[in-house]
Design a protein around this ligand. Structure first.
Ligand code: ANZ
Ligand code: ZN
Length: 814
């Protein structure tokens, strides 16, 4: 058969669509698999990373269907976000039109690869039906106290009068107009992910061996639990500010054992004490200016800056030694962590050391460094210069010092997390509107749930200045759901990470129930958790942490029983070319559409899954692509040697020649591989399966028995279908009426070697080897063995002849 990829692929894609071939079944008694790839952002065109992602999940989904599983393999669109607004500014399109037309285009591209997605479960996060339930969930969380409003700092462009995302700040300047960006304090909404810090940390243990270790470690570090002591340094002289007396500075330390090594204390630039000093005009003008400059640098940028600080000219008193300690402001102290103030121990901390060196602050060594290592010495050790704690090891001293502070009411043992509450409000148009209303009588009230969704207005001008929703007076105008007076809608929209934190749950709601409920309990219970979640390692922290968090919140709200959403996580490797990540700027992008045009979808799929195991980097290689194409052509051409059958031919292997037996062996080895590799533990090593199929086709080609060709193709098309579905369906239809697309059993006999090597020993000593056909009769073996070891039998008498079948012959002689 001549291989015409285009005709075959179009034919089967329409067949699958017309027959709803890939819709999950309603029968909940069937065993299930929920196979999910991370959903794409509808940028307009698919790229090779998408192709790889969906090739992996599609192969898994197809394999499990053949095994008899009810499979959910959905696709959707992560459709809100900035690029749509950028496109609106650049091309004068509407974000909605731009997004939905991109979705149409990308859907076409994806289906042209033959992916077995459920059509009916598709969703886009910008669909108003999706917004409706997200807003409803937001209100549930608001009412539970899981969402609050608080002032926080944002990147602000004074020229465009707009809030900028971190990506829009380029070297401290606005991406549009190059104006210096400042930090502006504004109201924002936060979700209390910190309430779940401990359970997010603890439940990582449920994922061991099921998620990559690297991801678990990154999540653990991101949550960043640390235990320590929180205590106060009294000010040498209390400060009167607006009738209030400020008496002390609270610090958090994980190293109370180094407390006698303190030589300064430092505050964050935004610390309330610093703010008070500025307000009261108590600082020198020059210092005040410098501190305000520090405040205008984003936290992210500060972490990249050199350490710097200013002495405030104020002292605090050391709680144990009673020494006077100078108080500083420093750019490396963060207001959002601990209490926004630190005790500086330059002898034993890297940062404090650098800072002290720069500003000539004293070093006080309080931990004896082993082998007189250079300072700073940051490890644990024996205490010195620490009064009654001298001689104790760090661990004991820590505990004793914490006990002392607690007993004397001077401080508290505390646990801190690096994890911050999640700021979810964005001052942009193309997002889910926050369903809150500002009322002059009632404050902030949620919209009536019956009135959801709060839809975006379509008549907006998007020009990069400010937030179009805020300026839309008519849209903002509404009625307070509580007291009925005229009120105003919130104009902030939600971070798009909110949508991607629960879409995998929403897929389980069948289309006919999507209007009436967010999640259908019975369907959700049946499908969750996701058996295999496949996507890029770049989501190791945020998306995966937020998804785990939302699952726990939804559980606590009674919408799911699941505590963890993703039973397995498979992080696919990058697709690179010429040693670098494919990118427009490098000009090394391979366009999937062109590959499909030239070679067909099956070739693209075969190449992608053959070139590397899923988690490894995949280097683009034109000749390997060509090789994949040739293999499919060969597969097509050689099927003519097979006979058309409806079932596996029954073959008596005793009647076969050596090459025929070898061909069968290779075929069943491929089937065996296919049973082995489709599991998380085996890493879904499609490349080894494809190699086995190629070997099998070669081995088949060494013989002429039409029955063996039929059997071989019956099995190989079954095994290859998850990888190159179109051609397999075509050939299978022509030769086997698709009867071979089910679980096939292995003929164990075909896997056995037909010749074996037996050892010949005399009195237990190995003397020779004998090659015989499998299951050769005992007498024949002994006769052959005696000939081979004849020289050791001269003048000997054989007492016993022992044969261990298919293993060895032992002769006992005297
Ligand atoms: C004194 C000290 C001595 C510290 C020493 C460390 C080593 P982790 O482990 O990450 O939780 N710290 C506390 N609050 C801070 C803030 N708001 N901004 C910046 N740094 C802060 O870090 C805890 C340590 O980070 C604390 O322990 C404190 O420095 C610093 F040899 O106290 B340490
Ligand atoms: Zn009201």
């Amino acid at each position: 058969m001549e291989y015409n990829a285009k005709a075959i692929e179009t034919k089967w894609q329409s067949f699958w669509e017309e027959n709803n071939a890939y819709e999950p079944k309603e029968d909940k008694n069937l065993p299930k698999k929920y196979i999910l790839s991370m959903f794409p952002y509808p940028s307009g065109n698919i790229h090779m990373g998408h192709v790889r992602n969906y090739c992996i999940s599609d192969a898994i989904a197809r394999r499990f269907r053949k095994k008899g599983f009810n499979v959910l393999h959905p696709i959707g669109w992560d459709a809100f976000g900035m690029p749509a607004e950028n496109a609106a500014i650049k091309h004068k399109t509407h974000p909605k039109d731009w997004t939905y037309s991109n979705i149409d285009n990308m859907r076409k591209q994806l289906y042209s690869l033959g992916f077995s997605f459920s059509k009916t479960r598709e969703l886009a996060t910008c669909d108003t039906l999706y917004s409706k339930w997200e807003q409803s969930l937001f209100i549930d969380m608001w009412e539970r106290g899981l969402i609050y409003r608080k002032k926080g700092f944002l990147n602000w462009c004074p020229n465009d009068k707009t809030v900028l995302a971190n990506e829009q700040v380029i070297e401290g300047r606005c991406w549009r107009c190059d104006t210096q960006v400042v930090q502006k304090e504004m109201y924002q909404y936060f979700i209390k992910i910190t309430d779940y810090a401990q359970s997010l940390l603890e439940d990582l243990s449920l994922l061991e061996g099921k998620w990559p270790n690297a991801v678990l470690t990154m999540q653990k570090n991101w949550i960043g639990r640390s235990e320590g002591l929180s205590f106060k340094f009294l000010l040498e002289r209390p400060l009167e500010v607006k009738g209030e007396t400020l008496e002390a500075v609270e610090v958090f330390t994980t190293r109370p054992d180094t407390i006698f090594g303190v030589s300064y204390c430092a505050l964050a630039p935004e610390h309330p004490l610093v703010m008070a000093l500025i307000q009261q005009g108590l600082l020198k003008e020059e210092i005040q200016k410098q501190i305000q400059r520090m405040q205008n640098v984003s936290i992210k940028e500060r972490s990249l800056q050199k350490k710097e600080g200013f002495a405030l000219g104020i002292n605090v008193i050391h709680p144990l030694s009673k020494e006077k300690i100078p108080l500083w402001v420093a750019n490396f102290v963060l207001m959002g962590y601990g209490s926004g103030a630190v005790m500086g121990v330059p002898a034993h901390d890297e940062r404090d050391f650098d800072f002290a060196k720069k500003y000539h602050l004293p070093l006080k060594e309080v931990i004896a460094s082993e082998g007189n290592r250079q300072l700073p010495y940051c490890e644990a050790g024996k205490l010195i210069n620490s009064q009654e704690y001298d001689g104790l090891d760090s661990k004991t001293a820590k505990q004793k010092i914490i006990d002392y502070f607690q007993r004397e009411n001077l401080g508290l043992a505390v646990v801190n997390y690096k994890l911050r509450d999640w700021g979810v409000s964005r001052q942009r148009y193309w997002g889910t509107p926050i369903p809150l209303i500002h009322c002059k009588n009632c404050g902030i009230v949620p919209e009536n749930k019956e009135k959801l969704p709060v839809k975006l207005p379509e008549d907006v001008v998007i020009n990069g200045e400010g937030n179009p929703l805020e300026k839309h007076i008519l849209w903002r105008k509404c009625i307070c759901p509580k007291c009925g007076v005229e009120a105003q809608r919130e104009s902030d929209t939600l971070d798009t990470f909110v949508e991607s934190s629960w879409y995998f749950l929403r897929y389980t709601t069948p289309p006919k129930k999507r209007e009436e409920t967010i999640l259908s309990l019975e369907d959700e219970k049946y499908w969750m958790g996701v058996d295999e979640y496949i996507g890029g390692i770049e989501h190791a922290i945020l998306h995966l942490l937020y998804s785990r968090f939302f699952t726990k919140v939804l559980r606590d709200l009674g919408y799911t029983q699941q505590s963890e959403p993703f039973l397995h996580l498979l992080t696919q490797g990058m697709v690179i070319k010429e040693g670098a990540k494919m990118s427009k700027s490098k000009g090394n992008v391979v366009n999937p559409e062109e590959i499909i045009q030239e070679y067909g979808a099956d070739t693209a799929r075969l190449f992608i899954l053959f070139a590397a195991p899923p988690t490894k980097e995949l280097e683009w290689n034109d000749s390997a692509l060509e090789g994949a194409f040739k293999f499919i052509k060969r597969l097509c051409a050689r099927i003519e040697k097979a006979q058309k059958v409806n079932a596996l031919p029954i073959i008596d292997s005793n009647a076969l020649t050596k090459v025929e037996k070898f061909a069968r062996k290779k075929v069943y080895e491929a089937l065996k591989k296919s049973n082995e590799i489709f599991s998380y533990e085996s890493g879904y090593a499609f490349n080894t399966l494809i190699a086995a199929c190629m070997e099998a086709l070669n081995a088949l080609s060494e013989q002429d028995n039409p029955q063996i060709w039929s059997e071989g193709y019956f099995v190989l098309l079954n095994v290859l279908e998850p990888i190159i579905p179109h051609i397999c369906w075509e050939l299978s239809q022509q030769y086997f009426h698709l009867e071979n697309f089910k679980e096939l059993s292995i003929d164990e006999k075909a896997l056995q070697d037909d010749v074996i090597i037996m050892a010949i020993t005399i009195n237990g000593k190995r003397r020779a080897e004998l090659e015989v056909a499998l299951d050769t009769p005992k007498e024949v073996i002994i006769d052959k063995a005696k000939v081979l070891v004849a020289k050791w039998l001269v003048d000997k008498k054989i007492l016993k002849e022992i044969v261990v079948p298919n293993k060895l012959v032992n002769l006992v002689v005297v």
